[in-house]
Design a protein around this ligand. Structure first.
Ligand code: NAD
Length: 456
């Protein structure tokens, strides 16, 4: 099928390349002409594992092209996915200007039937709101198909989703979306992610009304954010009373009703989705007359993370002014170069404001971080930022950091202090290498002897 994808960001590019890979002919539109030039030149404007190969292969196969004028896509494509940004307005509500701008333009150039699919995360009832642009284009329909991919595993998430949700007003719209996703639903494609991907169970295809589909996305992200804030609250208690949050999280997460994912204590959640989606959902609840106090607490706990972490640094270092501090990790999570609302950048800003001398490193995110934080130093690798540092902060849990030569790191530091905002190192291993180590919620420094068979 001919399919248009509007927006060539993290979601749009993955969607466009994924749909092309499963056989559709995709026109991906972005009004940022520089971004389109970069894509046409064969490079990517962002980092996402596997995506570069996928884009390259599908462009060569002539299934994927990039354009900057939406008109060029609409006339050829009956189905159009909107994947543009939906950032927060100052009051925390969702800025729908890009989504509405795209809908208006589609309506202007639509001829005949078009299914306009919101993939961007939007407040419930946005679909209804968009209908007004199509009043004089009665053949057109608006549907919702929220995106659940996670940066860093976005391509994998496209091909092996936990579920595909579509919110529609007609059987025709449901049928078209099912046809588009059929290879993913049936898992009948040659998997570009796993070399030997065995036959997997079908991906659930959930059809709802448009409002419910829109709401499913905000409810899912809010639930995940709630799990993170919950375990961070427990981490605070562990520090106060002398317990190990990693053990607590492990055992709590073994309960199948709870699950272990997103029970990871740390400096809190960031990125372009959770903070803004949570903010938006709280306001959606309020407007509808529902008390979303639970989610306001989730936000509050998350906001406190940065302050608590900076206090922890000051407790260890005293004054930070004039002190050299190394930072491992700038991206809001591993596997991406995205630094939007990254907790690492928030911590760095606080420390810089107090006069600390920061040198930071990230395997992928330096370029994007430099645009946000031009005034700090960036190291060429993880060892370079450790040199002469009085403390190292571990703020993004990249796999690469797990494989560093810790003896070498210790040797070049002025003081071997590691403050781990992601609990990515084991306290025992750090102690073996002679580090002073501080994690999150690790109030227990020693271990009780495990009873042997005699006294068991
Ligand atoms: P992004 O900022 O990376 O990409 C958005 C793209 O849209 C940009 O390239 C921008 O130039 C383009 N754009 C904006 N207005 C346009 C217009 N009028 N015409 C054409 N292109 C236009 O954003 P993203 O991270 O891909 O997120 C997109 C949406 O998907 C958001 O609503 C977000 O909440 C949601 N979402 C994001 C993720 C994620 O992990 N990033 C996951 C699920 C859902």
């Amino acid at each position: 099928m001919n399919v248009a994808v509007v927006g060539a960001g993290y979601v749009g590019l993955i969607t466009a390349a994924g749909l092309a890979e499963i056989g559709h002919r995709v026109i991906c539109v972005d009004d940022d002409t520089r971004k389109v030039e970069v894509l046409i030149s064969g490079r990517l404007p962002l980092y996402e594992p596997i995506l570069e190969d996928l884009v390259k292969r599908n462009r060569q196969a002539k299934r994927l092209e990039f354009v900057s004028r939406i008109e060029d896509a609409v006339e050829k494509c009956p189905v159009i996915f909107i994947c543009v940004g939906t950032p927060s307005l100052e009051d925390g509500e969702t800025d729908l200007s890009s989504v509405e701008g795209v809908a208006r333009k589609i309506a202007e150039c639509a001829r005949g039937y078009h299914l306009v699919v919101e993939k961007s995360t939007v407040p419930v009832q946005t679909g209804r709101r968009l209908q007004k642009y199509f009043k004089s284009r009665l053949q057109c329909e608006v549907a919702s198909n929220p995106e659940f991919l996670s940066e860093g595993s976005g391509v994998e998430d496209f091909f092996h989703p936990d579920r595909i949700v579509v919110g529609v007003d007609s059987e025709k719209a449901a049928g078209l979306l099912k046809e588009i996703y059929q290879p993913v639903i049936q898992q009948s494609f040659a998997c570009p992610v796993h070399a030997s991907c065995g036959k997997r169970a079908e991906a659930p295809f959930i059809v709802t009304d448009v409002n419910s589909a829109e709401l499913i996305k905000h409810a899912s992200n809010s639930f995940l954010a709630m799990k993170i804030s919950f375990i961070n609250m427990i981490a605070d208690l562990c520090e106060a009373v002398g317990a190990d949050v990693e053990k607590v999280a492990e055992a709590v997460g073994m309960d199948k009703r709870i699950g272990d994912r997103f029970l990871k204590p740390g400096v809190g959640f960031g990125g372009s989705c959770f903070p803004k989606d949570l903010q938006a959902f709280v306001r959606i609840g309020r407007k509808a007359g529902c008390d979303f106090g639970l989610l306001r607490e989730v936000e509050k706990i998350n906001h406190q993370r940065i302050d608590l972490f900076v206090k922890k640094i000051k407790r260890e270092l005293g004054e930070v002014s004039g002190k050299r501090i190394g930072v491992w990790g700038l991206a809001f999570k591993p596997g991406t170069d995205d630094v939007r609302t990254s907790p690492s950048l928030a911590v760095i800003r606080e420390l810089v404001a107090e006069g600390a001398l920061i040198r930071a490193y990230d395997p992928e995110a330096i370029e994007k971080a430099r645009a946000e934080l031009p005034g700090i130093e960036y190291g060429r690798d993880a060892y370079a930022v450790a040199e002469n540092a009085e403390a190292l902060l571990a703020l993004t849990e990249w796999e690469d950091f797990q494989h560093l030569d810790l003896a070498k790191v210790r040797q070049v530091m002025a003081r071997p202090l590691v403050i781990d905002g992601r609990n990515m190192f084991s306290p025992a291993r750090m102690a073996e290498h002679g580090f002073e180590y501080v994690g999150i919620g690790r109030g227990v420094t020693g271990h009780l002897p495990v009873p042997g068979p005699k006294n068991a």
